[in-house]
Design a protein around this ligand. Structure first.
Ligand code: GAF
Length: 385
C-alpha cells in the first residue's frame, strides 16, 4: 500500500490505520444536485488513500500533511484558529475537513497524514471529494469521534464549499461515503433520502467504460458557478424554490430568456432521466435494459452539450465514436469542460469502442485518451490497521 510506504518515509514509524475513499462516476443526473434534484452515482474501485497516526506528545494540535502526488511538499496546519483562507492548494481539502469537523462540535486530534491516489487527476472522477472523505474517516477514527456517515457527507461538503471555496453540490461526497458495491446510489438532493439500486451491467452482458479525454477538468474556473447562478435565476423568475420544482417540461416556456430556458430544460429532463434509469434497473438486468439506458445516456449527452453547454470537443468526439463503434450510449460526466465520458458497452464491443475512440483522437491530433473499466464499488472504508 503506497500511502503507508509514504507515511513511513516521511514520518517514520507505522500509521495507526489506512483509509480509502473512492472516486465516483455518475450514471445519470448531472448539475441536478444543486437544483435539489436527483442523482445516480456509483463508486469506483479507484480512490484516495490516507495513512495516518495521531501526533505523539503534548505539542500544539497540528496536522502534518504530505501527498505522493505533490512530492517534496509537507504542509503544517495548526488546528487552533483554523479558518477558511488559511490553507490553499491541495491541502485546503484535508484542512477544510478538520475545520468543518470542529465547526460541527468535534475535537479533531493532531495527526500526521500521508495521502496517495490512483485516480487520474483532472479526469472529473471526484478526486477532491475522495481526498476529503479519506481524511474525514482517518480523523474521526483516530479521534474516536462517532460521526454518522450522513453527517460526514454534510461536513465534507462544507469543507469543499466554505473552506476550499468550490461551490459544488452534494453528489460527490455522498457517492464516496454512501455507495455500495454492485449498486448505484439514488439520492434525492432535497430530502437527502437515499436508495441503493442494484446495478450490475455484467449480468446484462454489458460493461462500463470510462474514457478520460485528457482535457483537464477544473471546478474552480467560474463556469460551474455561472451555471449554478443561472439555475438559481431561472427558479427565481419562475417563482419556485428551485428547478427541482419544475416537473413539466412545458413550464420552461415561461422563461423568456433563451439561455435560462435551455438550462431549465436540461435540469427537468435530466431529473426525469434519473427516475427512468432507476425504473429500468429495478426491472432487472437484461440486454434490453442496457440498450434503453444507453439511449438515455445519449440523450443526456445532447442535453448537456446543447442545453446546459458544459460539454467539450473531446467529450463530443468520444461519445460519438463510442456509439458509432457499438456502445449502447455514452455521455460526459461530472461538472464539464474537461474530464471523462462514461460509455455503456456490450461486452463484445469493448475492444472496437476503445480502438474507435483512440483513432478519433489521433485523427484530430489530440493526446490519446485513457480507458478505465468501471465496476460499481464500495464506499469509503478502513483498508488496513
Ligand atoms: C461536480 C460537482 F462537484 C457535483 O456537485 C455536481 O454538481 C457535478 O459536478 C455535476 O453534476 O462533480
Amino acid at each position: 500500500m503506497k500511502a503507508s510506504g509514504l507515511f513511513r518515509e516521511r514520518f517514520g514509524g507505522e500509521p495507526e490505520g489506512v483509509w480509502l475513499a473512492p472516486g465516483r462516476a455518475n450514471l445519470m443526473g448531472e448539475h441536478t444536485d444543486y437544483n435539489d434534484g436527483f442523482v445516480l452515482p456509483f463508486a469506483l474501485g479507484q480512490g484516495v488513500t490516507a495513512a495516518a497516526a495521531r501526533r505523539p506528545g503534548s505539542g500544539p494540535r497540528r496536522l502534518t500533511l504530505c501527498s505522493r502526488q505533490e512530492p517534496g511538499e509537507v504542509v503544517e496546519v495548526d488546528l487552533d484558529g483554523l479558518a477558511p483562507g488559511r490553507v490553499t492548494g491541495w491541502a485546503a481539502y484535508p484542512a477544510g475537513v478538520a475545520w468543518a469537523l470542529e465547526a460541527a462540535g468535534h475535537r479533531v486530534p493532531g495527526a500526521c497524514i500521508a495521502i496517495d491516489s490512483d485516480l487520474p487527476a483532472g479526469a472529473g472522477l471526484s478526486s477532491s471529494a475522495a481526498l476529503e472523505c479519506a481524511t474525514a474517516l482517518a480523523l474521526t477514527s483516530l479521534g474516536g469521534l462517532g460521526v454518522p456517515r450522513a453527517h460526514l457527507v454534510t461536513i465534507t461538503r462544507r469543507a469543499e464549499n466554505e473552506f476550499a471555496g468550490v461551490p459544488t453540490g452534494i453528489m460527490d461526497q455522498s457517492a464516496s461515503l454512501l455507495c455500495r458495491a454492485g449498486h448505484a446510489l439514488l439520492l434525492d438532493c432535497r430530502s437527502l433520502e437515499t436508495a441503493q439500486v442494484p446495478f450490475d451491467p455484467a449480468a446484462g452482458g454489458a460493461g462500463l467504460l470510462l474514457i478520460n479525454t485528457r482535457a483537464r477538468h477544473e471546478l474552480t474556473d467560474g463556469e460551474y458557478g455561472r451555471r449554478r447562478a443561472e439555475c438559481e435565476e431561472a427558479a427565481r423568475r419562475l417563482g419556485i424554490p428551485s428547478l427541482r420544482d419544475l416537473t413539466n417540461l412545458a413550464d420552461t416556456d415561461r422563461l423568456t430568456d433563451p439561455v435560462l430556458r435551455r438550462r431549465a430544460r436540461h435540469v427537468v429532463t435530466d431529473n426525469q432521466r434519473v427516475l427512468e434509469v432507476v425504473a429500468l434497473l429495478r426491472a432487472g438486468p437484461s440486454a434490453d435494459t442496457y440498450r434503453e439506458i444507453g439511449q438515455l445516456l445519449a440523450q443526456a449527452h445532447v442535453s448537456l452539450r446543447d442545453d446546459f453547454e458544459v460539454s467539450w470537443p473531446e467529450a463530443d468526439a468520444a461519445a460519438e465514436a463510442a456509439q458509432a463503434a457499438g456502445a449502447a450510449g455514452a455521455r460526459m460526466i461530472g461538472g464539464g469542460f474537461g474530464g471523462s465520458v462514461l460509455a455503456l458497452v456490450p461486452v463484445a464491443s469493448g475492444g472496437p469502442v476503445r480502438e474507435a475512440v483512440t483513432a478519433a483522437f489521433a485523427r484530430r491530433g489530440w493526446t490519446a485518451p485513457e480507458f478505465l473499466d468501471a465496476v460499481p464499488a464500495d464506499s469509503a472504508r478502513q483498508v488496513a490497521s
